[in-house]
Design a protein. Structure first.
Length: 113
């Protein structure tokens, strides 16, 4: 127990001394001339869609999902009946690292043969 009585004040003193060191501001980050490359996504967009299709399709007003491309980058597109706020609020902006875009498609019906 005597060791504990010595240890507690010693640790408190170390923390106090460590907190009294002068603060040196960190240098400002360098501005890159080109945008940094995007980190590699772990799973393909198809796998992300497959994992999340049930949840997204359960949102009232969502009628479909697919993988698309915008400005050379893979995106997930969620097709909706209309731009109803009640639907749009429930759709995430990104899903497992992929940007999500909304596409108003209206109702989806099977083609007649």
């Amino acid at each position: 127990m005597d060791g504990f009585r010595v240890l507690v004040p010693a640790v408190a003193l170390m923390l106090l001394v460590a907190d009294c060191r002068p603060r040196v501001p960190s240098p400002a980050p360098e501005i890159a001339s080109e945008p940094a490359p995007e980190p590699a996504l772990e799973d393909s967009a198809a796998l992300v869609i497959a994992r999340n299709a049930g949840t997204l399709m359960a949102i009232p007003g969502v009628v479909g999902l697919y993988e698309g491309e915008t400005q050379g980058k893979t995106v997930l597109r969620v097709m909706v009946l209309s731009r109803a706020d009640s639907t749009l609020r429930r759709i995430p902006k990104t899903l497992e690292g992929y940007p999500v875009e909304i596409e108003v498609s209206g109702p989806i019906k099977p083609m007649k043969q």
